[in-house]
Design a protein around this ligand. Structure first.
Ligand code: THU
Length: 137
């Protein structure tokens, strides 16, 4: 799957966002090392802290199915689903990514006009990872 297909998949996933409180809709499309794609959307809750981001929805679905290695994720978001700026992952999602991805993991974003490509090392330098606990995922 190429970058534009992955971004299109994230855009479609955004349509499932449940965001009645913030009205900020997010979609994610996560590519496994073996080539499968898992999607996610944000799911909010009246008890706000129960909210889960689109990225974690995608990661946890993939891990549930036994995947542990990932190469790329596309993330899109905007108020009421209108894409007008790049949507970067929150700190919690960056740390969840670090559990299963190395520095070279690629993240794709769009503001509706341009595509931006970054790595996990760009977004989470000097991170705490399974290696700190002598763990290999
Ligand atoms: N959100 C995501 O799903 N992913 C991000 O990368 C940033 C924020 C969600 C959480 C919440 O439902 C809404 O966006 C506003 O914070």
């Amino acid at each position: 799957m190429d970058n534009s297909q992955l971004l299109d998949t994230a855009l479609r996933a955004m349509q499932s966002a449940y965001a009645p409180y913030s009205h900020f809709h997010v979609g994610a499309a996560l590519l496994t090392e073996s080539g499968e794609v898992y999607t996610g959307c944000n799911i909010e809750n009246a008890a706000y802290s129960c909210t889960v981001c689109a990225e974690r929805t995608a990661f946890f679905s993939a891990v549930r199915d036994g995947h542990r290695k990932f190469t790329k994720i596309a993330v899109v978001g905007g108020m009421n689903g209108e894409i007008s700026s790049f949507t970067y992952p929150c700190g919690v999602c960056r740390q969840v990514m670090r559990e299963f991805c190395d520095d070279g993991f690629v993240l794709l974003f769009t503001d509706g006009k341009n595509v931006r490509e970054l790595t996990l090392a760009d977004l989470l330098p000097y991170s705490f990872s399974p290696a700190n606990l002598d763990m290999e995922v």
